[in-house]
Design a protein around this ligand. Structure first.
Ligand code: PXP
Length: 242
C-alpha cells in the first residue's frame, strides 16, 4: 500500500519567523498522524533554519508512525542520525543559498562517499533512501550504493509549464521507477506534489511512499484560519466591556 509521509518543516519555518515556541512541529506531527500520515518527514539542515535538534529529539520520542529524517551527507548530521535512529534517513543535497532542496543528490559524482554513509546509517539500523532526479545515470549509481529505497525528485514534473512537458517528465519518472522496482528497492517520490498533480504519481506501478509538505501545510493554513479567527473573536468578546 502507498504511504503518505508528511513533511512538517514549514511549521518550524513559521515558528522561526518569530523565534518563539509556536507553532510547534511536535504538535503538528501528532495532528498529521491523527489525520492518517504514515510517516513524518523533517529535514535537519546544517544551518537549522527550521527544524532543530530539540525538535528531532522530541519527535523521536513522540512519533508513532515512521520518522523520516532528510539529511545532507555531512559528518555532523550522520552522527546525529546514528544517535537518534529515525526509522528512515533520506539523503539529500543541501546548499545554504537554496530556498528548498532544488535537485537530486549527485550520487554519480560521489558514489564512494555516499556508499560509506549508506552503510554507516544501515549499521545503526536505519533504512536509507536517496533523493535522486529521474536521471538514469543517477539511478544506476544510486542502485550501486546498497541503499534500501530511492525517492524520485518530482520537482520538474510539478513545475512543467504545459501538459506535453508534464507528460515528458512523468515518463522519465515512470522509467526511473521501473529501474528502481526491478532492482528490488522501495520506490518513493516527492517534491512539489499538490492536490492537483499528485494522482499520476500516486498511480505509478509499485509506488510505495510519497513525501509531501508545502501543499498540505498551505491547505492546513487555509482550512484552519476561519476557526482560529472565530476563536480569537469569541475570546475578545468574552471580556469586552461596552
Ligand atoms: N522530499 C524531499 C526529499 C524534500 O526535500 C522535500 C522538501 O523538503 C519534499 C519531499 C517535500 O516537498 P514539498 O514541500 O514541495 O511537498
Amino acid at each position: 500500500m502507498i504511504e503518505l509521509g508528511v513533511n512538517i518543516d514549514h511549521i518550524a519555518t513559521v515558528r522561526q519567523a518569530r523565534r518563539t515556541v509556536e507553532p510547534d512541529p511536535v504538535w503538528a506531527a501528532v495532528m498529521a498522524e491523527v489525520g492518517g500520515a504514515d510517516g513524518i518527514t523533517v529535514h535537519l539542515r546544517e544551518d537549522r533554519r527550521h527544524i532543530n535538534d530539540r525538535d528531532v529529539t522530541i519527535l523521536r520520542e513522540t512519533v508513532r508512525c515512521k520518522l523520516n529524517l532528510e539529511m545532507a551527507c555531512v559528518e555532523e548530521v550522520v552522527n546525529i542520525a546514528c544517535n537518534l535512529i529515525p526509522n528512515q534517513a533520506t539523503l539529500v543535497p543541501e546548499r545554504r543559498e537554496e530556498i528548498t532542496t532544488e535537485g537530486g543528490l549527485d550520487v554519480a559524482g560521489q558514489k564512494k562517499g555516499v556508499q560509506e554513509i549508506v552503510r554507516r546509517l544501515q549499521d545503526c539500523g536505519i533504512v536509507v533512501s536517496l533523493f535522486l532526479d529521474p536521471d538514469l545515470k543517477q539511478i544506476e549509481a544510486g542502485l550501486q550504493t546498497g541503499c534500501n529505497a530511492i525517492e524520485i525528485h518530482t520537482g520538474r514534473y510539478a513545475l512543467a509549464k504545459n501538459e506535453l512537458d508534464q507528460n515528458t517528465e512523468l515518463n522519465r519518472i515512470i522509467n526511473a521507477g521501473k529501474m528502481i522496482v526491478d532492482a528490488g528497492l522501495r520506490l518513493h517520490a516527492g517534491h512539489g506534489l499538490t492536490y492537483h498533480n499528485v494522482l499520476p504519481i500516486a498511480g505509478i506501478s509499485k509506488m510505495q511512499e510519497l513525501n509531501i509538505g508545502h501543499s498540505i501545510i498551505s491547505r492546513a493554513f487555509m482550512s484552519g484560519l476561519r476557526e482560529a479567527v472565530a476563536e480569537m473573536k469569541r475570546l475578545i468578546l468574552s471580556v469586552a466591556k461596552n
